[in-house]
Design a protein around this ligand. Structure first.
Ligand code: FES
Length: 228
């Protein structure tokens, strides 16, 4: 049975992954209040671009949690994206890894085509995504190209990159920065599709996991889209 995330742009996330990848820091301060028996929670974090406004974070207890055995075996994870607004990103756990689900703004999508000459693999020719997710958006054909699903682990040595969504105004980023991600470990930078910039330590783009749409507002991570 898949793990289900029912979030108003919140996310559920376990403590082990949080400590491993150093994400969800703001929510971790509340974690002591959120213990819920032996299946412990849960954290919410969101990164917001575009408007620059931080989203309100609401932790939710996930339901239908799979057994530890099922999780270890890589049970698929369902995610409700109905309340994921443009410019927001949530993180869920799949196979012990942080997976980002982001709804990009129109402006974010427009930057993608302008960056090709600066990227190491603009067409994602290397196999870091399912075959149905190639192209600059790296999304499933005939679905909303704004919704990006990506494993949040750097392809260099496995750090978790930091969201740097705001064009031109992000601390420690160049003035012509158009938004994306920075891996703080060795300085790899990625665009808003997770494509790595040239001459960076990361050898490939950030991976896209297998996923498919169950409806317009629900996706399942860990299950391939067939016939796309
Ligand atoms: S681990 Fe990301 S740049 Fe080294």
């Amino acid at each position: 049975m898949p793990q289900t995330f029912t979030c108003g742009f919140a996310l559920t996330y376990n403590r082990r992954v949080l400590s491993r990848f150093n994400v969800g820091i703001s929510a971790m301060s509340n974690q002591g209040k959120m213990d819920c028996g032996r299946r412990r929670l849960i954290v919410a974090t969101a990164a917001v671009g575009g408007s620059g406004v931080l989203a309100a974070l609401v932790p939710f207890v996930s339901t239908l949690l799979p057994s530890e055995r099922a999780k270890a075996a890589g049970a698929p994870v369902e995610v409700d994206i109905s309340k994921l607004e443009a410019g927001q990103m949530i993180t869920v756990e799949w196979r012990g890894k942080p997976v980002w689900v982001m709804r990009r703004t129109k402006e974010m999508l427009e930057t993608l085509a302008t960056l090709n000459s600066e990227l190491a693999d603009p067409d994602s020719a290397k196999a870091e995504q399912p075959p149905y997710c190639k192209g600059m958006e790296r999304t499933i054909p005939n679905q909303d190209p704004a919704v990006l699903v990506m494993v949040g682990i750097c392809t260099h040595l496995g750090c978790s990159p930091t969201a740097k969504f705001r064009a031109g105004t992000e601390e420690s980023m160049p003035a012509d920065w158009k938004g994306g991600f920075l891996c703080p470990c060795h300085g790899s930078t990625f665009d808003l599709s997770g494509r790595v910039f040239k001459n960076k330590p990361a050898p490939t783009n950030l991976p896209v996991p297998p996923y498919k749409y169950l409806s317009e507002t629900r996706i399942i991570i860990g299950v391939d889209t067939e016939g796309a």
